[in-house]
Design a binder for this molecule. Structure first.
Ligand code: FMN
Length: 138
C-alpha cells in the first residue's frame, strides 16, 4: 500500500555538506530501485525527510536511517496511507534551508508556525506535506 512517512532529526555536528551530498547521491540511486520518492530538507542542524512508497519498503529503510550516525534523535512525525505521491518525479529531492525559519517568506504566518512545530517533531497540521512541498518548491 502506498504510504508516506515524515520524520525530523538533528544533523550530527560531524555531518558535513559533503556527507549530505553523499547521502543524497546514494539515496537517489537506491530509492529508484525500490520505487521510493520524496524530499530531504536540511539545515545546518536539522533534517526533515518525506518518504513515499510501499509501506514495508519505507519502514525497512526508516529502520536503517534511524541508526545512521550522520544524524540523531529521529522522530516520526507522520505515517499514513496516501492515494498519490506528492513528489512522483523525485527519487530524493533536496533543499538546504536556513536555521531561521521565520525568513521562509513563501509561508504565511500560520504555516510558519506549523513548520516551526514540525521541525521540533510536533505535528499539529493534518497536511504537513503541503507545507514541506511549499518550502521545497520555493
Ligand atoms: C538524513 C538521512 C536521510 C537518508 N535518506 C536515505 C534515503 O532516502 N534512501 C536511502 O537508501 N538511504 C538514505 N539514507 C542512508 C541510510 O541511512 C543508509 O546509510 C543507507 O540506506 C545504506 O544502508 P546500509 O549500509 O545499511 O545498507 C539517509 C541517511 C540520512 C542520515
Amino acid at each position: 500500500m502506498l504510504s508516506e512517512l515524515i520524520y525530523v532529526s538533528r544533523r550530527s555536528i560531524s555531518c558535513t555538506d559533503k556527507d549530505v551530498e553523499q547521502i543524497l547521491e546514494a539515496s537517489i540511486r537506491r530509492n529508484s530501485k525500490k520505487g521510493l520518492t520524496g524530499v530531504l530538507l536540511y539545515s545546518q542542524t536539522q533534517f526533515i525527510q518525506v518518504l513515499e512508497g510501499e509501506s514495508d519498503v519505507i519502514l525497512n529503510l526508516y529502520d536503517h536511517i534511524k541508526k545512521d550516525k550522520r544524524h540523531k534523535n529521529a522522530l516520526l512525525v507522520s505515517l499514513k496511507l496516501i492515494e498519490k505521491r506528492y513528489f512522483p518525479s523525485w527519487q530524493m529531492g533536496s533543499k538546504k534551508i536556513g536555521d531561521n525559519y521565520e525568513f521562509l517568506t513563501q509561508l504565511n504566518s500560520q504555516e510558519k508556525d506549523v513548520f516551526q512545530q514540525l521541525i521540533t517533531g510536533i505535528n499539529t497540521h493534518n497536511n504537513t506535506t503541503d507545507i514541506v512541498r511549499k518550502v521545497f518548491s520555493a
